[in-house]
Unconditional design. Structure first.
Length: 106
């Protein structure tokens, strides 16, 4: 599945192209530094027209994992499927300041 990843100041935006996939056939797992998109497609078409019969079916499962260079807030991450495009917005977790301590030499 083709995927686009955009980094903004406070969030990551992921777009995945999923034509023909319904939201109930999607399973999205998120962790602090990655998102895994699992999709399942089952499609069957039948035609019966004046003396000939045609049947086509497509099915399969696929997945894609996207890794982020900075941790994301899994509680505020959201996903929306619209017109065959999955949009995921994953806010970044504020980076913790390093704690530096000076040691005195005795």
């Amino acid at each position: 599945m083709p995927v686009e990843l955009h980094e903004k100041e406070k969030e990551y935006s992921v777009k995945a192209e999923l034509p023909g996939i319904k939201k109930e056939d999607l399973d999205i797992d998120i962790d602090k530094n990655h998102i895994t998109i699992n999709a399942k497609k089952e499609e069957e078409k039948k035609e019966d027209t004046k003396g000939y019969r045609k049947s086509e079916f497509h099915y399969g499962e696929f997945s894609r994992t996207v890794y982020f260079p900075q941790d994301i807030d899994i509680e505020k991450t959201s996903a929306k499927l619209e017109n065959g495009v999955l949009n995921i917005v994953a806010p970044k977790v504020a980076a913790e300041k390093e704690h530096i301590k000076k040691l005195s030499v005795s």
